[in-house]
Design a protein around this ligand. Structure first.
Ligand SMILES: NC(=O)c1ccc[n+]([C@@H]2O[C@H](COP(=O)([O-])OP(=O)(O)OC[C@H]3O[C@@H](n4cnc5c(N)ncnc54)[C@H](OP(=O)(O)O)[C@@H]3O)[C@@H](O)[C@H]2O)c1
Length: 286
């Protein structure tokens, strides 16, 4: 058995590798590394490491060769054409390398009326895979809970969450929970090979007032909810380079399109996902 993970040096990818260790020996896991220096030390630890650039097709076939399975973690690009191209390049390479099993990581902003900048990609993915001839499953993540931890100091200073989603709820999942479920799906052909789509979320979606209450309890600082407008939100985070993209995502949130909750995590792993309160409690160390 050889499982190749793309995006393997990223936040989610690294956690997937750790979770695969519960099922496979390191030499049965191939790290698909965009920047090989980010995989430093992993070869010495027994993993296979292969350079892989979605946008450079000649790198893909050798990186996927001999694999029984690919776990595809998309890149973080907000360029829609690049994202579709990377998927197409990956599928072409899988065909050339005779790899027929795929677990694709996706995001739940995939509805036809979803204004998130990358929603067309997430809508395209299942339709594209349906005719691919591959054995595959799609694992859709809710919003990552993880960035909230490093966001807390700013929220404490603002004394408020400012997401422009009104009274709508948002659903979250931790990257650790997501990686656990992805590895389990990848290692279980019955869960993986029939075009299944899973949605990974915590047990409940949260209104921003509910989230603010949890944050107040954990930080012991008063955090409320004062939403800004979408335009203000885009302006505030403009300098970080993705203000408009994030605003388009929260626009979807304000339409109730990021609130879906499912029981799939429990069905896959046999236990409950980490609640937001427990996640923040375990990870917030002021
Ligand atoms: N659910 C959510 O709330 C949420 C939030 C953010 C992102 N996401 C999605 O979740 C996925 C993983 O997120 P993450 O936080 O793990 O992102 P990340 O840390 O940036 O990881 C992305 C990985 O993709 C690699 N990559 C970038 N360009 C590549 C290319 N051209 N060819 C091959 N590999 C390439 C990166 O390698 P280098 O670092 O070497 O470039 C990195 O290992 C992404 O698809 C992202 O869109 C979801």
């Amino acid at each position: 058995m050889l499982a190749t993970v793309t995006g393997a040096t990223g936040h989610l990818g690294r956690r997937i590798i750790n979770q695969l260790n519960r099922f496979l020996m390191p030499n049965q896991i191939r790290i698909g590394a965009h920047t090989v220096t980010k995989a430093r030390g992993l070869k010495e630890a027994g993993y296979q490491v292969a350079h892989l650039d979605y946008q450079i097709p000649p790198t893909l076939v050798p990186a996927l060769g001999d694999s029984d399975l690919v776990i595809y973690v998309p890149s973080l690009t907000y360029n829609l054409i690049d994202r579709v191209t990377e998927l197409e390049n990956l599928l072409t390479a899988m065909q050339k390398a005779h790899v027929s099993n795929l677990v694709a990581v996706s995001f739940f902003a995939d509805q036809a009326n979803n204004p998130f900048r990358m929603a067309p990609f997430y809508a395209y993915l299942p339709a594209r895979l349906a005719g691919s001839g591959l054995n595959y499953a799609i694992v859709k993540n809710a919003l990552y809970a993880d960035p909230l931890v490093s966001y807390l100091p700013e929220l404490i200073e603002r004394q408020n969450i400012i997401y422009p989603v009104g009274n709508q709820k948002l659903a979250f999942i931790s990257q650790e929970n997501s990686a656990e479920a992805i590895a389990k799906v990848a290692m279980t052909p019955a869960l993986r090979d029939h075009g299944q789509t899973y949605l990974l979320t915590q047990n409940q979606a949260l209104s921003m007032s509910e989230l603010a209450k949890i944050m107040t309890t954990i930080t012991r600082k008063t955090i409320g909810y004062q939403p800004v407008s979408l335009a203000e939100f885009a302006h505030i985070y403009h300098d970080e380079g993705d203000g408009n993209e994030l605003a388009s995502m929260y626009q979807a949130g304000a339409m109730g399109l990021l609130s879906g909750v499912s029981n799939d995590f429990v069905k896959i792993t046999g236990h409950a996902p980490t609640s937001m309160a427990d996640f923040l409690m375990n990870n917030y160390h002021p």
